[in-house]
Design a protein around this ligand. Structure first.
Ligand SMILES: Cc1cc2nc3c(=O)[nH]c(=O)nc-3n(C[C@H](O)[C@H](O)[C@H](O)COP(=O)(O)OP(=O)(O)OC[C@H]3O[C@@H](n4cnc5c(N)ncnc54)[C@H](O)[C@@H]3O)c2cc1C
Length: 409
């Protein structure tokens, strides 16, 4: 049996930042990762708050050195030719006004290698298969079929879509969000914008908010393209995923123009019903971080930000606990995390019920301060208590909606 201070399940962004912070605080950290890196995972567009979190963990330099595509903001565009360009620099004065578009196979490897260089012990191609909550012993199955047990003072579950502890401990809950699917592919030689927004993520709204298309440009002429819609909408087409993908792209005027001469460089992928939830985010000896907790929706590219924030927060609190101080995990971790998650939840709800799009595309001039507050949220600064969109998200969105549209909610 291997003993350690902290055992981390999974080496995505949440696991890597937790590992890096904990080894820098002097703890013995074991990370067990199911697959060999580099590996693909969805989620390629980052928010400026990611830069801040990585900088705080001394992990940003390696990411900057990797020379990923600079991302200055996001542009939303609908069929009626309304366009809203969000420039991350127009935030509420936060340091980082940009981020990156990243191939996750490269980005995640950089972070996990960095955690390893800083002192974490990483074992690849090994899978957590059992966990005893009382003894805090984790059972791992290695690639060669052998098993190994680890006894840790704290277990951090950063297994993302694997949902390891939620499944083993029956913590999986239904998401209250409607079931949506993503149908996606990488394309090369698309037509890029030449107005200074070439590195932005473009979101094209399909029809009457029936679906939306993400366009995430990398700096080598390849673009990640994905369609998001309800499962019901996808099924109503009665098409296989590739035919559906082609059909939506060809029939959206912006996508059709952008990808007219582009070609797919891989098969069209499909993720069905991606939203997930858990009944609680911690137990006596464990804590869940990143996508192992709740995942809302990709529309505002918030997933990696929340993964890094939760991984960093869980690491800080674990360090505090291991140094003998008392930690109130409900208040200091779960309630804290839900502040940011609930801000994005309100934005996601307002996106799909149309309020946010009416705000974004309104021809009425809102105040500059309101604009900055919205930009700040879309940059991932969702714990900024000076922003009313953070402290009272629903009231702030509704008040802005009424002021700009003259309509009641
Ligand atoms: C359609 C879609 C589009 C998205 N787009 C974006 C976007 O543009 N920007 C953004 O920020 N986010 C996006 N996301 C969200 C993003 O994918 C996730 O939030 C992010 O990857 C979470 O990181 P993580 O570290 O929690 O988990 P992951 O990155 O999933 O890493 C978890 C790791 O755990 C390992 N693991 C799993 N099971 C085990 C086991 N039993 N034992 C050991 N290891 C295990 C896995 O192999 C994996 O490497 C998107 C999500 C979806 C569904």
């Amino acid at each position: 049996m291997t003993e350690c201070d902290v055992f981390i399940i999974g080496g995505g962004p949440a696991g890597s930042i937790a590992a890096a912070k904990l080894v820098q605080a002097g703890h013995h950290v074991e990370v067990v990762e199911k697959v060999k890196f580099p590996r693909f995972v969805i989620g390629e567009s980052l928010l400026p708050e990611c830069n801040q979190l990585l900088e705080d963990a001394n992990m940003l330099d390696k990411v900057i050195e990797a020379d990923f595509q600079f991302k200055g903001g996001v542009a939303f565009q609908n069929d009626m030719d309304d366009i809203k360009v969000i420039d991350f620099k127009q935030n509420l004065g936060q340091k980082w006004g940009s981020s990156f578009q990243v191939r996750r196979e490269a980005f995640d490897k950089i972070l996990l290698d960095d955690a390893e260089e800083k002192g974490a012990h990483v074992t690849y191609e090994s899978e957590v298969v059992a966990y005893n909550e009382e003894t805090n012993i984790v059972a791992v199955k290695h690639k060669d079929g052998s098993t190994e047990k680890f006894k840790a003072k704290k277990v951090i579950d950063a297994s993302g879509y694997g949902h390891v502890l939620p499944r083993l401990l029956n913590l999986v809950a239904d998401s209250e969000l409607e079931m949506r699917d993503a149908i996606f592919c990488r394309m090369k030689n698309d037509v890029r914008h030449t107005d200074g927004t070439d590195g932005f993520i473009y979101v094209y709204i399909v029809g009457n908010n029936d679906a939306w298309i993400w366009n995430i440009p990398f700096n080598d002429g390849v673009t990640s393209v994905g369609i998001v819609c309800t499962d019901e909408y996808y099924k109503s087409y009665n098409m296989d995923q590739t035919t559906f993908f082609n059909h939506i792209i060809e029939n959206n005027k912006f996508a059709a123009a952008r990808y007219a001469n582009a070609e797919k460089i891989n098969d069209v992928g499909f993720i069905g019903g991606y939203s997930s939830n858990v009944t609680k985010m911690f137990g006596k000896n464990f804590v869940l971080v990143g996508n192992a907790t709740e995942f809302l929706d990709p529309v505002f590219s918030s997933g990696v930000t929340l993964a890094l924030e939760s991984g960093a927060k869980a690491a800080e609190l674990t360090d505090k606990e291991l140094r003998g101080e008392k930690v109130d995990w409900q208040q200091e971790y779960q309630d804290y995390m839900m502040v940011g998650v609930d801000v994005f939840r309100e934005y996601v709800n307002a996106w799909y019920d149309g309020r946010l799009q009416e705000i974004l595309f309104s021809k009425n001039e809102g105040s500059e301060k309101i604009e900055q507050k919205i930009v700040s949220v879309l940059s991932g600064y969702v714990w900024d208590e000076n922003n009313m969109f953070v402290t009272s998200p629903t009231a702030a969105v509704n008040a802005t909606y009424r002021a700009l549209t003259g309509k009641e909610v």
